[in-house]
Write a protein that binds this ligand. Structure first.
Ligand SMILES: [Zn+2]
Length: 173
């Protein structure tokens, strides 16, 4: 859980680097709602094909949490994204979404694939494809997995693919 934050050359497969404070917050938020699903947004920046997650946004007060379903508070997400964007002079912004699979697998469900495709369609001005980070398991036993949206050439993103990403952690300076 330490070492050089950013490799000098791009890594293959693409890597999601998660800052340790963001990782701790991710786990705290996940455990606060367990065994219900929860989630939110990922904030950071892209470096080549890699992504750096500097902070996460929690669900927000208007979110709905169910056993196999989660819907974030959209206004809360947008406000948190805006605050981070201005606080970092635009360096850190929205990278994608994250959510938990309590007692589940770190794999994209059909609904997750549809959600990620919808995010990609709703954010055409993003300079990169959106991410989906999953945290599957239970308190003290979470497994992360990250997926990058990939354009398929099919209309409406109906058949868009997701690409598995490597996850690594780093300590920000
Ligand atoms: Zn899911």
């Amino acid at each position: 859980m330490s070492g050089t934050p950013i490799a000098p050359t791009m890594s293959e497969p693409p890597t999601v680097w998660i800052a340790e404070p963001a990782s701790r917050l991710l786990h705290e938020v996940a455990e606060a709602q367990y065994p219900l699903e929860t989630g939110g947004s990922l904030l950071g920046y892209a470096v080549g094909d890699d992504f750096v997650v500097m902070d996460i946004v929690g669900p927000g007060p208007g979110a709905t949490h169910q056993r196999y379903r989660f819907s974030p508070d959209a206004d809360f997400q947008q406000e948190a994204i805006n605050v981070r964007f201005f606080a970092t002079q635009g360096r850190e912004t929205y990278l994608g979404d994250w959510h938990t699979h309590p007692d589940g697998q770190a794999q994209m469900s059909w609904l997750d694939r549809r959600t990620l495709s919808r995010i990609a369609r709703k954010t055409p001005d993003m300079r990169w494809e959106p991410l989906m980070l999953l945290l599957a398991g239970r308190p003290y036993g979470w497994s992360p997995a990250a997926f990058l949206h990939a354009k398929s050439g099919w209309p409406f993103g109906l058949h868009s693919a997701q690409r598995d990403m490597t996850i690594r952690y780093f300590t920000p300076h």
